[in-house]
Design a protein around this ligand. Structure first.
Ligand SMILES: Nc1ncnc2c1ncn2[C@@H]1O[C@H](COP(=O)(O)OP(=O)(O)OP(=O)(O)O)[C@@H](O)[C@H]1O
Ligand SMILES: [Mg+2]
Length: 308
């Protein structure tokens, strides 16, 4: 479907271009996996069945499928029986998981600011990680509330960073222990996004901002990657690197499925190649993640197979 329709503004970078194709391919995927009669398009509190045109208010047990609510096509909704989505919210707790900490490829601490002795202070975390100076990355544990990249020149400079950061952070984060993930800055090359459903890595694609599922040339794992995400280095076809990252990601997914403490069925796992091999960049929930050139149909089919 997405191959035959166009966004209102048909130039890449015109704001809604990537969003349009992401929404269109997610809808396409939902239809392919669940059938038209099970897909409802959600708009202003009402859902319209794509096969019959019937209009209903979504009730308990309805599961939203994939598109971010701010996006252009609104929400495609699948009928009751789709696997529950609530567990996805747990993914925001990833900084606390052993499986993350042990596979992050960098030293890190959970810390807070203004704790008055009731927890590990950010300034001490920074001093521990880069005692003689160095680069750090500080991220809020709460999703999408801020990330800071900074060069610390020495122990005294750590306090300067914390004072500056305080100007940016929300008031409720002051005094909250473990509100921040304080990390060493390390090499992260060939960042790759993996979609995991029920313990299985089902599709993946390189972190290439301008790519959407329309750009996939190889499914379910697209081979296009870029060495440096931030600098937009040239796109390379690297099946060797993709194999290594998918293998690593599946190993992490196996550990999560088998291990105690983390009960997740659907999540997005971002990985990269570090100085000593693959590492975990971060986890996200599926509703919070761009698709790049992954295969949303692979995700939809797998989720649909979990229908109760
Ligand atoms: N410890 C680190 N060392 C080096 N680079 C890092 C580190 N942590 C994060 N980055 C870089 O910053 C990017 C954003 O980090 P992350 O994905 O954790 O945050 P985010 O809030 O989800 O941001 P985005 O939405 O841009 O992905 C990563 O994709 C990676 O390129
Ligand atoms: Mg990210």
């Amino acid at each position: 479907m997405a191959a035959h329709v166009d966004p209102a503004f048909a130039t890449p970078g015109a704001g809604d271009y990537e969003d349009f194709f992401e929404d269109a391919t997610r809808l396409d995927a939902a239809i392919a996996a669940a059938g038209l009669e099970n897909v409802w398009l959600h708009r202003r509190g009402e859902a319209k069945n794509l096969a019959t045109g019937e209009v209903k208010k979504p009730g308990a047990g309805w599961q939203p499928w994939g598109v971010q609510s701010s996006n252009s096509l609104n929400m495609a909704v699948i009928t009751p029986g789709f696997h529950p989505l609530q567990v996805e919210l747990d993914v925001d707790r990833y900084p606390h998981w052993n499986v993350f900490q042990q596979n992050a490829g960098r030293r890190l601490h959970l810390a807070g600011v203004g704790l008055e002795g009731a927890g590990f202070e950010m300034v001490d975390a920074i001093r521990d990680l880069v005692a003689d100076g160095g680069k750090i990355v500080v991220k809020t544990v709460q999703s999408k509330k801020g990330i800071w990249f900074n060069e610390i020149s020495g122990p005294d400079d750590a306090q300067r960073f914390v004072d500056d950061a305080i100007m940016d952070i929300a008031f409720h984060m002051l005094g909250a222990p473990r509100a921040f993930l304080v990390q060493q800055h390390v090499t992260m090359e060939y960042e790759y996004r993996l979609f995991v459903v029920d313990g299985q890595v089902v599709t993946g694609a390189g972190a290439i901002e301008e790519h959407t599922p329309i750009d996939a040339t190889c499914r379910p794992f697209n081979n296009a990657v870029r060495k440096n995400r931030a600098l937009h280095s040239p796109i390379e076809d690297r099946p060797d690197i993709v194999d290594e990252l998918v293998y690593f990601g599946q190993h992490i997914a196996d550990e999560i499925k088998a291990g105690p403490g983390v009960n997740l069925t659907r999540y997005v796992l971002d990985v990269a190649i570090g100085e000593n091999g693959p590492l975990i960049v971060e986890f996200n929930s599926m509703l919070n993640s761009g698709l790049y050139a992954s295969d949303p149909t692979a995700v939809a089919r797998k989720v649909n197979s979990l229908r109760s």
